[in-house]
Design a protein around this ligand. Structure first.
Ligand code: FES
Length: 279
């Protein structure tokens, strides 16, 4: 059973105007969490349930780390009210199938935008399992780079890409991915996490090379337990529920166009909720 001090925010960092980190106390969750899993967070008793990938977990400190982008009503409200010492109303998880780690000897871990944080535990786990890990992380510009030290600690090589070229390679993460593929003939697996358009581009980059590519999908979720069907995604010829069958799937099988359409389906309601809240 969680205690009162569970869900307490013990650290907060702001990486940019929209990206912030919350480290939350939850010893049981920290113990159970595996790379690739996510939690569902409620800020208030009557608040929205939002799925967030576990960006890190520390079993000794008994905490999990969430890196959040303030893009909608709840994530912006959390940005305003979540401070060290405050608590979240609820934190459910760990949910989803953990990523399959251990079989691949050389792995490229690609994180772009909001995918940089969730790809980190996967990179670390592949390294701990003995793989050679090439990290590729993409940001808009130099000022927005975060966790370079953490990635350097668990990657054998790190390629930073920025849209404006202010540090590292100029361009999006596929520029780095192409470079990695050109210099390493023996890559076993690529893991790509980020906005759907980026994951789609990574999957298209690796497809001609027949390189196994795993992506972590972020559809709209409600219950997170396979009951509501909100998170349905088209994968190959079948329909899967990202919350229980994923969130990791074979990127060459995912219908990203369908995912992008479904992600926009509540855009009007989301805008209205945000406007009501900000009035
Ligand atoms: Fe309801 Fe997946 S979130 S079925």
């Amino acid at each position: 059973q969680p205690t009162l001090s569970d869900f307490e925010i013990v650290d907060r960092r702001d990486f940019s105007d929209v990206t912030y980190l919350l480290e939350v106390r939850h010893p049981l969750m920290a113990k159970a969490a595996r790379p690739g899993q996510f939690v569902i967070v409620m800020l208030h008793e009557h608040g929205e349930r939002i799925p967030l990938t576990i960006a890190d977990f520390d079993r000794t400190r008994g905490t999990i780390t969430l890196v959040i982008q303030a893009v909608g009503k709840t994530t912006r409200e959390m940005q305003q009210v979540c401070r060290v010492g405050t608590t979240l109303h609820a934190l459910t998880g760990p949910m989803g199938e953990p990523s399959h780690i251990g079989a691949s000897r050389k792995v490229v871990c690609v994180g772009g935008g909001l995918g940089v944080a969730p790809v980190y535990p996967q990179a670390r786990a592949h390294r701990e399992a003995g793989a050679y890990v090439i990290g590729i992380v993409g940001f808009r510009s130099k000022d927005l780079v975060f966790w370079e030290d953490k990635f350097r600690a668990c990657c054998d090589e790190l390629i930073i890409c920025t849209d404006d070229g202010s540090v590292g390679l100029k361009g999006n993460v596929t520029v780095g991915l192409k470079q990695a593929i050109a210099t390493h003939a023996d890559i076993d697996e690529v893991v790509a996490i980020g906005p759907p358009i980026m994951m789609k581009a990574c999957a298209e980059t690796t497809r001609p090379h027949f390189l196994k590519t795993m992506v972590s999908l972020n559809p709209i979720m409600v219950d997170g337990t396979g009951m509501c069907g909100g998170c349905r995604v088209k994968v190959g010829d079948g329909i899967k529920f990202a919350c229980v069958d994923g969130p990791d799937f074979d990127g060459h099988q995912v219908d990203f166009d369908d995912l992008m359409v479904r992600l926009k389906r509540f855009a009007d309601q989301e805008r209205a909720a945000f406007e009501r809240w900000s009035e």
